[in-house]
Design a protein around this ligand. Structure first.
Ligand code: ZN
Length: 272
């Protein structure tokens, strides 16, 4: 088992240090790892997926929560995907550029270049999930990582960047399947359940507010709408991408949910 792992490490090392490996090729390795392509065992793969999920929930902005708190901020130094661990996974090596005939066409002089190499002497460097997280987060094409596909659950690389893709699918086949009426119904049912969960979460928070704080809002619906618009999704809830796209919760949605008896409105405390 250990030998297999060592071989994989070596293969990965080779693949990741060949200077002519394109950014796209490196991103493909990450996608392959996310899809369970043999690099990582299930546990490590799940860890890498949760890292990507953390990044997604921060709208892929490393300065936003929860990413900034859990990875960038120094409070998280002990955690697996902390910035410190991501750094320890690599060391920089000075490597000579290969002396290949084809190179001479694009280059007049050979030389050296700095190459990031897996740092196998630290625990972080042998933790492939951390190594892959580092490969992803430094890849200039990282924005093109997409997934999981709404239908088949696979990760994929977007060909073009459209502003707001209508569906998050890996292929035409998956896109067509997702667009079928039956599937739409399923997605809407999911969205509704997730939206109600989120509404309940913020309604509980509303109950904890003081009367003075409550006065900043027209009513509890206004509070819930504002919070789901401005605050990140609480970590205790796992909302699918489609459900997140259906936010914020509108007052109209909340009123309808109350009328349908799906939500119990918070009882307003009598002012004494
Ligand atoms: Zn798919």
């Amino acid at each position: 088992m250990k030998r297999v792992l060592n071989n994989r490490l070596r293969e990965f090392k080779l693949a990741s240090t060949r200077w002519f490996d394109s950014d796209l090729a490196k991103l493909r390795q990450v996608v392959d790892a996310l899809n369970g392509g043999g690099w990582l065992d299930n546990k490590d793969r799940a860890a890498l997926v949760s890292f990507v999920d953390l990044w997604d929930r921060s709208e892929r902005n490393i300065w936003k929560s929860p990413f900034v708190d859990e990875v960038v901020s120094s409070e998280a130094l002990g955690k697996r995907f902390s910035l410190a661990n991501l750094q320890r996974a690599w060391s920089w090596k000075l490597l000579p550029l290969p002396n290949e005939k084809s190179l001479r066409i694009i280059m007049n002089a050979t030389g050296f270049e700095w190459i990031p190499e897996q740092n196998e002497t630290t625990p972080a460097g042998t933790d492939l999930a951390v190594v892959f997280a580092g490969v992803l987060i430094t890849n200039p094409l990282r924005i093109r990582l997409s997934g999981p596909c709404e239908r088949c659950g696979r990760w994929f690389i977007k060909k073009q960047l459209r502003r707001e893709p209508k569906t998050n699918t890996c292929s035409r086949q998956c896109r067509d399947a997702v667009r079928s009426p039956k599937r739409n119904k399923e997605v809407r049912a999911h969205q509704k359940r997730h939206k109600l969960e989120l509404a309940c979460y913020w309604m509980e928070k509303w109950k904890e507010l003081s009367e003075r704080e409550k006065r900043k809002y027209t009513d509890w619906k206004d509070f819930v709408e504002t919070k789901t618009e401005t605050e990140p999704i609480p970590l205790s809830l796992s909302l699918s991408k489609q459900s997140r796209d259906a936010l914020p919760l509108s007052k109209k949605f909340l009123t309808r949910a109350v009328n349908d008896k799906k939500l119990k409105p918070p009882r307003e405390g009598k002012t004494k």
